[in-house]
Write a protein that binds this ligand. Structure first.
Ligand SMILES: CCCCCCCCCCCCCCCCCC(=O)SCCNC(=O)CCNC(=O)[C@H](O)C(C)(C)COP(=O)(O)OP(=O)(O)OC[C@H]1O[C@@H](n2cnc3c(N)ncnc32)[C@H](O)[C@@H]1OP(=O)(O)O
Ligand SMILES: Cc1cc2nc3c(=O)[nH]c(=O)nc-3n(C[C@H](O)[C@H](O)[C@H](O)COP(=O)(O)OP(=O)(O)OC[C@H]3O[C@@H](n4cnc5c(N)ncnc54)[C@H](O)[C@@H]3O)c2cc1C
Length: 663
């Protein structure tokens, strides 16, 4: 029997100004792609082999086991079903895994990409097939208990022994123990080990090495290897993040991944074109995190928006029926800016991935000139998108009131699994400072008359003329992009001036950098925000965009820009570029835009096209039948298996009886 749709949600859908399918096609790159996505999703969601008890009702060990089984089934079935393209795999795996990962995820996301990116053809012949086949399962072992951010400071050593043509691997101190790699605790039998290369006592910096850590016969740690799980975390329960220490473990010379740098049998070191090529896998994942953050935010906003149309609370007018909570303008102000941000990061994520693809093909042809721009852009956007998603997902949870706190909402699990994206693959501030470093360099080049290209082109010959008194239409996307560009250029210029003045005041470069670092991160943030606003606006100029959806997408883009402008209003006012009256106008526009977006809110989240199985949220159900399913879900809790829990007999009964006896 098909369940009836909640009448409020039904009405929302009937009243929308556009057909959400058109936006779905825009977001996923066309009708064919959407069709394929739905086929793959339904294949996964209807497969009885993937059904299991709710992970929220399981212990961590059970969760690990369940997701491992599921991950193994998933990779086996993808092979059988010939699901091979990256896009198809993403559609299928998203439906199998929902908002979780599986213990071999780092194998797919980092171990394999490191082999593709860092191994020679000969090494690929040796390992790729084994890794693609899951004959060997690997992870990316870089972070140590004492150092994660400071990659150059890692302590694990790979010392070349020319006599045997082997590397001797050691974690010489407690702080050198590898710590965090996903899937290392219990699952992997191989790692890519990032270690300091030593030849004849001389250090050559961080390099990747293939290391077998467990027996392929009985999975026991190999001699010299101590390995295990690091214990429960804030989330990511299904993942066995691990520790690893090494004591004089020998590997053959051929196990150093030598696409870019080499050690010859006699110990001669051949330098790479850039030492930063060894960081390539991190750059790839950072680029992917922009889209990942947009999607997670989209999921959270879908849940909170649908629920806000089903939920009725309080009286807006005395004696009137309780309104849908989404009719409260404060609720719209909680959700709509993140709805707009989800679209912004979704589209920017696509642009970031295409920049990544183009740049990496140039790099593989030997042109490394694109590396600095790629690194700076992916670092800043990764940091901005993940932090925005964190704040947005939490706001969505709060917007769902008490039910948002229940695992039934899907929001706690979504949040705790997605929030590492702010820390892992480079901590937020650290990455912003990397972008700032590129901005300072580019800005100084522009002062010397050099013409800049790419994301920093706007720093060339920028005219920081205060434009107060000018009448502006604060809804004009061109004017909004100009405002963000001006703000970014000004803050970059001021951070550069601050840095200079610290140095002129007697500080050396490092101290001056540290003293200016709050302004520098602000510059990187302003630069990244400008890039997102500009990208969103540019995507709307696509001539293939149907006019019925370009109106509503333009409203979202305006809201995204205006909300960023109002929440950072000081930045725009500080040099008089905008006036108090502009900001007041912006605030009024936000209210008007929210009122216009209100009837389209459900259609806008429907357009993300997350089936219920992927949202995994009772509050976000497509049919809106929330209360009935909340009750059913609660009844399934293991604590409700019996009316009287065994602990009553063990603890509560004697306690009550003892108290009664004292009366
Ligand atoms: C495909 C789809 C994917 C989908 C993705 C979905 C993902 C889901 C994610 C969910 C989250 C869960 C995570 C699970 C996996 C986590 C794995 C990890 O964390 S693994 C562990 C992750 N760990 C981390 O992320 C560690 C973070 N730390 C680091 O990356 C580095 O230590 C550093 C970058 C901070 C500094 O590096 P250092 O060597 O000290 O460099 P200096 O500062 O001295 O600067 C010198 C020069 O180098 C330049 N440059 C630097 N980097 C690059 C680059 N990559 N390139 C080019 N250039 C670069 C720099 O600009 C400067 O240039 P210049 O000014 O001289 O011209
Ligand atoms: C869920 C999860 C999965 C992970 N998976 C893996 C994996 O598979 N493989 C792997 O190798 N690693 C993995 N990591 C480790 C991760 O990459 C690191 O934790 C991350 O890079 C941050 O480094 P850190 O822990 O050393 O933080 P720290 O650098 O110690 O950060 C602590 C504080 O110091 C500040 N700080 C540090 N350096 C600077 C600086 N230069 N300037 C200003 N402030 C600074 C930071 O801003 C932060 O506030 C994972 C981590 C998590 C949480």
């Amino acid at each position: 029997m098909v369940a009836k749709m909640n009448p409020d949600l039904k009405k929302e859908r009937e009243n929308a100004s556009f057909d959400p399918e058109k936006i779905t096609n825009f977001l996923y790159g066309g009708q064919e792609s959407v069709k394929r996505k739905r086929e793959l999703e339904s294949l996964a969601l209807n497969d009885p082999d993937y059904q299991h008890e709710d992970l929220n009702f399981m212990s961590r060990e059970q969760q690990y086991e369940t997701q491992l089984k599921k991950g193994i089934l998933m990779v086996t079935k993808m092979k059988e079903l010939k699901i091979t393209s990256a896009q198809d795999q993403l559609f299928y795996t998203s439906a199998v895994l929902v908002s979780d990962v599986h213990p071999m995820s780092v194998h797919t996301r980092m171990f394999l990409p490191t082999l593709y990116g860092q191994a020679t053809e000969q090494q690929k012949d040796k390992w790729l097939k084994l890794a693609e086949n899951y004959t060997i399962i690997g992870t990316y072992a870089q972070t140590e208990i004492g150092h994660g951010t400071f990659v150059r400071g890692l302590e694990t050593t790979a010392t070349y022994d020319p006599k045997t043509q082997e590397f001797i691997l050691n974690t010489p101190t407690l702080s050198a123990s590898k710590w965090w790699p996903g899937g290392m605790g219990k699952t992997s039998n191989y790692v890519v080990l990032m270690a300091q290369l030593y030849i004849y006592g001389k250090s050559y910096g961080i390099h990747p090495f293939m290391l077998q850590i467990r027996s392929l016969e009985d999975h026991k740690p190999l001699p010299g290897v101590t390995v295990g799980d690091i214990g429960p975390k804030f989330g990511y329960d299904v993942m066995d993040n691990g520790f690893l220490s090494l004591n004089n473990v020998r590997i053959p010379r051929e196990n150093m991944l030598m696409k870019y740098s080499r050690v010859e049998p006699d110990g001669t070191y051949v330098r790479p074109p850039s030492t930063k090529l060894a960081y390539g896998t991190m750059v790839q994942v950072r680029a992917g995190i922009v889209m990942f953050s947009g999607m997670n935010l989209a999921k959270a906003v879908t849940i909170a928006t649908r629920y806000s149309c089903v939920r009725r609370q309080s009286e807006m007018k005395p004696g009137h029926p309780e309104p849908q909570v989404l009719d409260y303008v404060t609720q719209q102000y909680k959700l709509f800016p993140y709805l707009a941000a989800a679209y912004a990061f979704w589209l920017t994520g696509q642009t970031m991935m295409s920049v990544y693809t183009t740049s990496s093909s140039q790099i593989s042809k030997g042109d490394i000139s694109v590396l600095p721009e790629l690194h700076a852009l992916s670092a800043g956007l990764k940091a901005l998108s993940s932090s925005m998603a964190n704040v947005g997902m939490e706001e969505c949870r709060l917007a769902c009131g008490g039910h948002g706190y229940s695992h039934a909402s899907g929001l706690p699990r979504l949040y705790t699994n997605a929030t590492p994206a702010s820390t892992a693959e480079g901590e937020h501030v650290v990455l912003m400072l990397q972008t700032a470093r590129y901005l300072m360099k580019s800005y100084n080049q522009s002062l010397q008359g050099e013409k800049l290209a790419g994301s920093v082109a706007y720093l060339s010959g920028v005219q920081l003329v205060p434009a107060a008194g000018r009448t502006r239409n604060m809804l004009d996307l061109g004017a909004l992009c100009d405002a963000f560009r001006h703000r970014a250029a000004r803050i970059v210029g001021e951070a550069a001036a601050q840095l200079r003045s610290e140095m002129q005041g007697g500080k050396d470069q490092a101290d001056a950098w540290n003293a200016s670092s709050v302004d520098l991160t602000k510059a990187a943030m302003a630069h990244s925000q400008y890039f997102v606003v500009k990208t969103f606006a540019e995507r709307l100029t696509d001539s293939r965009l149907d006019s019925s959806i370009s109106a509503v997408l333009t409203r979202l883009c305006q809201l995204h820009a205006l909300h960023g402008l109002v929440t950072n209003s000081g930045d725009f006012l500080e040099d008089g570029y905008l006036t108090g009256s502009d900001i007041r106008q912006a605030r009024r526009h936000i209210n008007a835009l929210m009122a216009k977006l209100r009837p389209d809110a459900v259609a806008l989240v429907d357009a993300f096209d997350f089936p219920d199985g992927i949202l995994n949220s009772i509050l976000g159900r497509y049919d809106g039948n929330v209360y009935q399913h909340l009750l059913e879900w609660a009844k399934a809790s293991p604590l409700n298996k019996t009316d009287v829990h065994q602990s009553y007999h063990k603890y509560l009964k004697p306690f009550l009886e003892a108290n009664r006896a004292k009366l």
